[in-house]
Design a protein around this ligand. Structure first.
Ligand code: COA
Length: 258
């Protein structure tokens, strides 16, 4: 069905592989369109409880937007391209089901932005991160200036974007860009381990954690107010009754997502 990505479902997780290894998995417009469809599937398919985005091959997660598509763009077309990218990445960020980036190599430009749109990131030891857009006379256009600042702070974000330097996985860990660094062959295992824990929790509570945490960086939202309301809404769920009852009865909870 897809030509530039591959998807497979395993243990209720949709694995999305960006699949242009000969072009370092660069995001051309077809990849973006197919990625949008895969994310729709995450929202709509009941069998899917989470997703992992990674890259095909050993070298790259995603080495950025496809530079070969840039030369013919007018400013207006560039705005349209950025708008489309923002919409897709926001849909990843707002997904009620967890979406993790498993960064298996270069995550540059749009690749770093894609990883940052995910709920959190794990990296292989060979991962490299950067926003090298200024090398090309442009700036990040898929949310990088905003999400990088939120994740690693203004000073480090400014330096990374102005120097176009790449940082390795250990530095990314230290800077708070990724949560874990593991050997390349353990990358997906680590993602599966974390997701197995999350799958055992109440899905509606997980969705509310995502919504409220995103609310902390959305300037149009009072995150505290949102948290109060979402906390209240938890108390209308069957899973809240089950979770509290299971604790009192000293047994594991069995959640149904209602
Ligand atoms: N867009 C389009 N094509 C890209 C690309 C991108 N962002 N990144 C890599 N490619 C292509 C290369 O043009 C090359 O294609 P070719 O074999 O047809 O010539 C192929 O992928 C392999 O890349 P190459 O540069 O030969 O590999 P490398 O191991 O020497 O270097 C990188 C890897 C990632 C450091 C280097 O490709 C790079 O700097 N890419 C661009 C990163 C970037 O600026 N991203 C931000 C874009 S806004």
């Amino acid at each position: 069905m897809y030509q530039t990505i591959n998807t497979t479902i395993e243990n209720n997780t949709l694995f999305i592989y960006i699949n242009r290894p000969d072009k370092m998995n660069a995001l051309n417009q077809q990849v973006m369109a197919e990625l949008a469809l895969a994310i729709d599937e995450v929202y709509k398919n009941q069998e899917i409880k989470s997703a992992v985005i990674t890259g095909t091959g050993e070298k790259a997660f995603v080495a950025g937007a496809d530079i070969s598509e840039f030369l013919r763009l007018s400013p207006q077309q560039a705005v349209e391209l950025a708008n489309k990218g923002h919409m897709i990445f926001k849909r990843i960020e707002d997904s009620p089901k967890p979406i993790i980036a498993a960064v298996n190599g270069f995550a540059l430009g749009g690749g770093c932005e894609l990883a940052m749109a995910c709920h959190f990131r794990i990296a292989a030891t060979n991962a490299k991160f950067g926003q090298p857009e200024v090398n090309l006379g442009i700036i990040p256009g898929y949310g990088g200036t905003q999400r990088l600042t939120a994740l690693i702070g203004k000073g480090k974000a400014m330096e990374l974007m102005m120097t176009a330097d790449m940082i390795n996985a250990q530095d990314a860990l230290q800077w708070g860009l990724v949560n874990h660094v593991v050997a390349p062959e353990e990358l997906l295992t680590k993602a599966k381990e974390i997701l197995a824990k999350i799958h055992a929790k109440a899905p509606l509570a997980i969705a509310r954690v995502i919504k409220c945490t995103n609310g902390a960086i959305d300037k149009d939202i009072d995150g505290y107010e949102l948290e109060i309301n979402e906390f209240g809404a938890c108390f209308s769920t069957k899973d809240m009754q089950e979770g509290a009852a299971a604790f009192i009865e000293k047994r594991p909870a069995s959640f149904i997502g209602e």
